[in-house]
Write a protein that binds this ligand. Structure first.
Ligand code: PLP
Length: 447
């Protein structure tokens, strides 16, 4: 698309997310409208949204049930004062969300964004140990290549170098381990690489002294590392290590949450229940900001009682538990449950995986990873050396947009997570666009 001089001038007066304005101007995307599986730009060009905005539009853009829930709530109340009141609709959202969470994860604190949810989980873990006789437990262990948010706590937990280096020093008390993918070429099997990665978490806890470690925080499937998809055994091992060492296990399900992996949460798909779960993005359907932190009931009980310093969670945000957002969250969850969208994610995911596997014929695809409809494709120079091919991913960013396709593209991989209203024929359209754009990018790069 062509930007007007005025648009370029205004673009120079704003800041884009993790991206230079000059780079954006070379390959711009200014959107005007969205409906279902598609976006339209200001010139009227249509784009297939293969990533639901950015893992957000679970039910497709402008979903009628979500819009009608918003309209109804807008007529009643759009804000309730969190310090001295709570909306009735927020109480209903808390109950509904608790009813779809795994195990006894029932204690819900709603927020506006994923970073707030992660930040809150970290603070919850520290406060929990302070008031239950373990004040020395303050350290967090997370993984290199992970992403847990843009605020200082979330960023300190994150392991994406280029998003952190500019802000060093990070907060103290944040330690890192490598993810299973770091070891995959050093071991004969993916399973063994996973076992080693899980064992290294316990080694760090012991080396640091378990009485100083509060929590391990991981994304069940790590998008920023390239849709890293550990084995179920990896999570079973983490669960066991954390339980034995009295360390909380936090799942950051901001991306994997809400019906993407074949269940409401990846925790259920992996069969492992964390102590705290963070969710965001997909619960909002992109209609209004919404996220949440959910904690185990018995942890939460240490925050109850008469008003003393130890008996409330010392944390809050003005827009947390917003009534309009709560109405949206209820509509999203009802629509997913009533239409069995978790099962649909599993079924569509199998179809999508088979279609994406066909890209291997192009011989620059190393692997298709992920679960359900959240899948990623790793790009390599060739499948003998498996060397990275970042120029290809960069070219794919151009060709995809040119062909009317929105993906999440990192130079070495791309991810898809189409809205759950898609049918097989929509996935065919999407995969044809992906294949055409990848072929075109390869021609551009190889000249
Ligand atoms: C796994 C994960 N955690 C946390 C966040 C932060 O969420 P937000 O951007 O809504 O603050 C993100 C955002 O992409 C994410 O992918």
């Amino acid at each position: 698309m062509q930007l007007t001089a005025e648009e370029i001038s205004v673009l120079h007066r704003t800041f884009l997310d993790y991206r230079s304005t000059e780079d954006f101007i070379r390959n711009p995307l200014v959107l005007k409208r969205a409906e279902g599986l598609y976006y339209w730009d200001t010139e009227g060009k249509r784009y297939f949204d293969a990533i639901g905005g950015v893992f957000v539009a679970t039910l497709g853009h402008g979903h009628p049930r979500v819009l009608s829930a918003m309209r109804e709530q807008m007529g009643l109340m759009t804000f309730a004062p969190p310090l001295h009141g709570i909306a009735d609709v927020t109480l209903k959202f808390v109950e509904k969300l608790g009813s779809v969470c795994p195990g006894n994860l029932k204690y819900v604190k709603p927020f506006s964004g994923g970073s707030e949810a992660v930040e809150s989980a970290l603070k919850f873990a520290r406060q929990y140990f302070k008031q239950t006789g373990h004040p020395g437990k303050y350290k967090f262990i997370s993984r290199y290549s992970s992403y847990h948010g843009g605020t200082f706590g979330g960023m300190s937990a994150s392991g994406t170098g280029e998003r952190k280096a500019k802000f060093e020093p990070q907060m103290p008390g944040f330690l890192k381990v490598f993810s299973p993918s770091f070891y995959r070429d050093d071991f004969g099997s993916w399973e063994e690489a996973n076992r080693f990665a899980a064992r290294s978490v316990e080694d760090i806890i012991v080396a640091e002294d378990p009485s100083t470690v509060a929590a391990v925080i991981v994304e069940p499937i790590g998008n920023t590392g390239g849709v890293i998809t550990p084995t179920a055994e990896y999570f079973l091992m983490l669960r066991d290590i954390c339980t034995r060492r009295n360390v909380l296990l936090i799942f950051d399900e901001i991306i994997t949450g809400i019906a993407k992996t074949g269940n409401m949460f990846a925790a259920q798909t992996y069969g492992v229940t964390p102590d705290i779960l963070c969710l965001g993005k997909g619960i909002s359907n992109g209609a209004v900001p919404l996220a949440a932190m959910v904690a185990r009931e018995d942890l939460a009980s240490s925050f109850r009682g008469e008003q003393t310093d130890a008996n409330f969670f010392a944390h809050g945000h003005t827009f947390a538990g917003n009534p309009l957002a709560s109405a949206v969250g209820i509509a999203v969850l009802d629509e997913i449950v009533e239409n069995k969208f978790c099962q649909k994610a599993a079924r569509l995911g199998e179809y999508l995986r088979r279609r994406l596997e066909r890209l291997k014929q192009i011989e620059v695809v190393r692997e298709v990873r992920g679960k359900g409809i959240f899948l990623g494709v790793e790009l390599v120079r060739d499948t003998k050396t498996m060397a990275p091919f970042p120029e290809l991913g960069t070219a794919l960013k151009r060709t995809a947009l040119r062909n009317g396709l929105i993906l999440r593209i990192d130079p070495s991989w791309f991810a898809v997570a189409p809205p759950l209203i898609a049918e097989e024929s929509d996935l065919d359209e999407m995969c044809d666009l992906i294949e055409g754009s990848l072929q075109e990018a390869l021609r551009e790069v190889r000249g």
